[in-house]
Design a protein. Structure first.
Length: 548
C-alpha cells in the first residue's frame, strides 16, 4: 500500500521506502535516530561573514607562511645545528604528525562544535611554533615541528568545513579559490620574510611571527557564530565513532614507514636488518589497520565505503602526488640557490618568486573561471603537464645558468601547480553532500599531508645518497661527512677552495635528481586525475551520480 503525503492526493513520497518488506533496524541505527538531531544550516551574512572568511584566509596564510618561511631558513638552521642530514625531518615530522591525526579531524568536526574544535587545533599549532622558536637542538626542533603538525592537521579541513557552513554552495568554489590564493600569498611572502629575518635577525623569528597572527584569528573567531548545528550524540557513541583504536594502529604504521625511508641509504644500508624490519613492521601494521577499518565500517577513521567512491579515491590519490610537487619545489629551490649560487637567504627568497607568483595567479584564475566554465578535468591535465615540463626544464639548469631560464622555467612549473591544486578541493567539495564533506575533506587533506611527508622523505634520501655518490666524483679528496654535517651553505668553510666548484657541481646534480622525482610525481598526478571524471560543476549532481 503506497504511503501518501498526508494531503489526501495519494501521491507517493519519492524518498519513502515502499513496496519492499520491512527490515529490522540495527541497534546502531536506533541509537543514531534516537540521539541525532537533523543537521541544519543557516548561512552567515554581513560583517560576521566577512570576519569569519578573513579569519579562515588568515589561518591559511599562516600555514603556508610557516611552510615557506622555514624553507629559506633551513640552510641557516643546518649551519646552526650542523644538521644537514635532518633537513627532511624538519618538513616530514610536521607532515607526518599532520597526516597521522588528519583522518580523525573529519570525525571531530562532525561530532563536536566546529568553532571550538578549530580553535583547539589553532592553539596546538601556535604552541608548536613557540617550541620551534625556542628550540636548543635539532631534535627539539623536529619534535616541535611535529607538535605544529598536530595542530595544523585540523586547520585546513576546519576552514573548509566552516566555509561550507557559512556559504551557499554556489559561492563556495570562488571562495575556495580565494582561500588557496591567499595561502599561496603566504607562501610568496614566506621566502622574503624568512630570508630577511634569517639574514638580519635570527631564524627563530620565523616561528615567533606565527603567534600574533594566530592570536588575532582566535580573537575574531571566539565572538563569531558558526551556525551549522552539530549532532547531539551520546558521549559513548562519539568515542566509538572517533575510532581511536584505528588511530593507535595507523600512527605506528606511518612512523615505521617514514623511518625506513629516512634511514635507508643514509644511516643504514637499504638491505640492513633495521630498514627491512621497519618496512615489514609498517606493512604488517598497515594490513591490520585495513582489517580494523573494514570491521568498523562507516564508523572507521577512514571509512572504506567512502574511499571506494570514484571521486574520493581519485582526488585523494591525485592530491598525494600534487603535494609532492609543491613540497619538493618549496624546500629544494631555496637550497639550490643558496648552496649553488651562494645567495643570501633574502635573495634566495627573491629567486623563487617566479614560481610562487605564477602559482598564485593561476590559483585565482582557476577559482574564478571554474564556476563559470564548469569543467575541472582540463585544468588538472594542463596543470600536471605544465608542472612536469617546468621541473624537467629546471633539472637542466647548471651552476652557470642564465637568469631568463631560471625565471621562465619556474613560471611554467608554478603555473602548472596553480592550475591543478585548487581543482582538488573545489571538485570534491562540490561532488559530495554537505554531511559527507568533513570526512571526505579529511581524507583528501590526509593524502595531502601523507604525500608531503612521503615525498619530502624520499627527496631527502635521493638528495643525500646522490651527494655521497657525487662528491667523490666531482671533488676527489673532499671530506663527504664534513660537507654533509656542515650545512647547505657552510660547506665552503670546511673544504679547500680548489674543491668548492666540485662540491657545487655535486649539489647541482643531486638537486636535479630531486627534480626528476618531481617530474615523476607530475606524471602520477596526470594519470590519477583522469579518474576524477568529466562532470560539469554548474549542473547539480543527482545522488546516484555523486556516489558513482
Amino acid at each position: 500500500m503506497p504511503i501518501t503525503n498526508g494531503s489526501g492526493s495519494g501521491t507517493t513520497e519519492p524518498h519513502e521506502a515502499i513496496d519492499r518488506p520491512l527490515e529490522p533496524c540495527r541497534e546502531s541505527e536506533k541509537t543514531s535516530r534516537a540521539n541525532d538531531v537533523p543537521e541544519t544550516t543557516e548561512h552567515v551574512t554581513g560583517i560576521q561573514l566577512i570576519l569569519i572568511l578573513a579569519s579562515m584566509t588568515l589561518t591559511q596564510f599562516v600555514m603556508m607562511l610557516d611552510m615557506s618561511v622555514i624553507a629559506t631558513a633551513i640552510p641557516q638552521i643546518t649551519n646552526h645545528f650542523n644538521s644537514l642530514l635532518d633537513v627532511g625531518w624538519y618538513g616530514s615530522a610536521y607532515q607526518l604528525a599532520c597526516a597521522s591525526l588528519q583522518p580523525l579531524t573529519g570525525k571531530i568536526y562532525t561530532y563536536f562544535n566546529i568553532k571550538w574544535a578549530f580553535l583547539i587545533f589553532l592553539f596546538t599549532f601556535e604552541l608548536g611554533s613557540l617550541l620551534c622558536a625556542v628550540a636548543i637542538s635539532s631534535k627539539m626542533l623536529i619534535i616541535a615541528r611535529a607538535v605544529s603538525g598536530l595542530g595544523a592537521s585540523g586547520l585546513l579541513n576546519g576552514g573548509l568545513t566552516i566555509f561550507g557552513a557559512c556559504l551557499p554552495k554556489e559561492r563556495q568554489p570562488a571562495m575556495f579559490g580565494m582561500l588557496l590564493a591567499v595561502g599561496q600569498l603566504g607562501q610568496a611572502c614566506g621566502p622574503l620574510i624568512g630570508g630577511a629575518l634569517t639574514q638580519y635577525v635570527t631564524w627563530r623569528l620565523c616561528f615567533y611571527i606565527n603567534l600574533p597572527i594566530g592570536a588575532m584569528v582566535a580573537g575574531i573567531l571566539i565572538f563569531m557564530p558558526i551556525t551549522k548545528s552539530k549532532r547531539r550524540t551520546r558521549s559513548r557513541t562519539i568515542i566509538v565513532s572517533l575510532d581511536l583504536v584505528g588511530f593507535a594502529i595507523f600512527a605506528p604504521a606511518s612512523i615505521q614507514f617514514f623511518l625506513a625511508l629516512q634511514y635507508g641509504g643514509a644511516q643504514y644500508a637499504w638491505d640492513s636488518a633495521t630498514v627491512i624490519g621497519l618496512f615489514c613492521g609498517s606493512g604488517v601494521t598497515f594490513v591490520i589497520f585495513l582489517l580494523w577499518e573494514y570491521h568498523k565500517g562507516e564508523d572507521a577513521m577512514i571509512p572504506l565505503p567512502m574511499l571506494r567512491r570514484r571521486i574520493v579515491w581519485s582526488t585523494s590519490a591525485t592530491m598525494l602526488f600534487v603535494t609532492g610537487i609543491l613540497i619538493c619545489g618549496a624546500y629544494y629551490l631555496p637550497i639550490y640557490f643558496q648552496a649553488i649560487k651562494n645567495t643570501s637567504p633574502v635573495m634566495s627568497g627573491v629567486y623563487v618568486l617566479p614560481n610562487i607568483c605564477s602559482q598564485i595567479m593561476m590559483s585565482m584564475v582557476a577559482g574564478i573561471l571554474v564556476p563559470k566554465v564548469g569543467y575541472y578535468l582540463p585544468w588538472m591535465l594542463a596543470g600536471t603537464s605544465l608542472s612536469a615540463i617546468g621541473y624537467g626544464l629546471l633539472s637542466m639548469l647548471t651552476p652557470t645558468y642564465l637568469t631568463g631560464a631560471r625565471v621562465g622555467y619556474q613560471i611554467i612549473a608554478g603555473a602548472g601547480c596553480g592550475c591543478a591544486a585548487p581543482m582538488l578541493y573545489i571538485t570534491l567539495q562540490a561532488l559530495v553532500s554537505q554531511a559527507e564533506a568533513p570526512v571526505a575533506m579529511a581524507i583528501l587533506i590526509f593524502c595531502q599531508n601523507f604525500g608531503a611527508a612521503t615525498f619530502l622523505t624520499i627527496a631527502q634520501t635521493v638528495f643525500t645518497n646522490s651527494l655521497r655518490d657525487k662528491i667523490p666524483q666531482y671533488a676527489p679528496g673532499a671530506n663527504v661527512d664534513a660537507v654533509l654535517a656542515s650545512g647547505a651553505t657552510a660547506f665552503r668553510h670546511v673544504i679547500s677552495q680548489d674543491k668548492v666548484a666540485g662540491v657545487v657541481k655535486a649539489y647541482s646534480v643531486s638537486i636535479d635528481h630531486v627534480f626528476y622525482l618531481v617530474c615523476g610525481a607530475s606524471l602520477g598526478a596526470f594519470c590519477f586525475s583522469w579518474g576524477m571524471g568529466w562532470k560539469d560543476l554548474r549542473q547539480k549532481q543527482a545522488p546516484r551520480e555523486q556516489e558513482a
